[in-house]
Write a protein that binds this ligand. Sequence first.
Ligand SMILES: [Zn+2]
Length: 377
Amino acid sequence: MRNTNLSEMIKNYEQTLNCLGIRTQKNWAKRLLFARRMKGNATKISYISKSKIEGLKENVKGFILNPECLEQRQKHFTAERPNKFLNRLIDTEYKHTSTEHSLIEKIAETFNKQFLANIENNFKFFKGQDIGEAYNENRAIIGCMSGKSLSYFNVYAETEGLRLATLVDESGTILIRALLWYCKKSKKYFLDNSYEQSNINGDEQLRRTYQGKLLKAVLKAIRRKRIDCAFNSTLSKDDKQICFRDDESKGIKTYPSADMQPICNNVESEFYPYSDNFKSICKHSGEWATEENSGDNDYILLNDTNGTDCNANRTECCDCSNTYDDEDDYIFYSEYHDASICDDCARYCEDREDYISSNDTSYDSYRSVYVLADDIQ
Ligand SMILES: [Zn+2]
């Protein structure tokens, strides 16, 4: 959406408000100046008030207003959600009824929606190290891994045919993102769930609009008419619009089977990312999995946003094979077994001052203690 469209849009909404008998401020256009879509966060309106300019001229030596200057926009201008901006047009003296109040809120909501649905966006793929760089560059990505060190994302760069599909606004801020990968074995493309900026994500209709835009752009980029399923999401032609679906009940495939998982060629890294739907990477096969452990006992657990492999701090019980966090006090080293054993499986034997598997112990009811069965024979 170009800026002229924004002024037109504001004028249209002002007219709507007036038609409904809601009084707007007569001189708001002379007070709220240079309103336009904010660079760096296209979901907001950036503007400056006349009184602010006067204050700056008075207090900042040599200040000359330049609405084209990004630094000035960031430093001195106000950035607001569109609905909040629209509320500023309403005459503060005007006492509106509660019906009018809810009407104003509804109108502001529609204004918000229209503004957010028309962000100028471009399709962009990130590959290899660029995926990590997109995450590392704070403003460019959405989510808990935003701004984390580059070294967290090595496994993305090492994964065959993996790309981050995004729509970015004119200043490079990512509006929506989803992992895309190509499986050589099945010759199919897979798309993971999408993640959107919070202002887009908060509105289901808006979210679908951007998901549809992203999907269309992805299909065009990979020159396919359709894409194979992704986690809980796939294509549907509902509302004659291509969109993601989150509906298992309608027979939509969930996750691709094991042979379609992305493969990481080098799993060795100092740090690892928290990776949304993916919960682990098998160390031997390099397969990314959506469960903690899918058949490979040696796996990296991607459950932490601070870069650690959660599995590295876990110990396996020699009896039941469950793993426990070392700090849990639920697993003990047993001299007798020369291995670790968990509280469920072990009995403490006082005579040996050791934890021993319940299979090898008997209860001495006379002394009320557990003993190693071999010791009493
Ligand atoms: Zn156990």
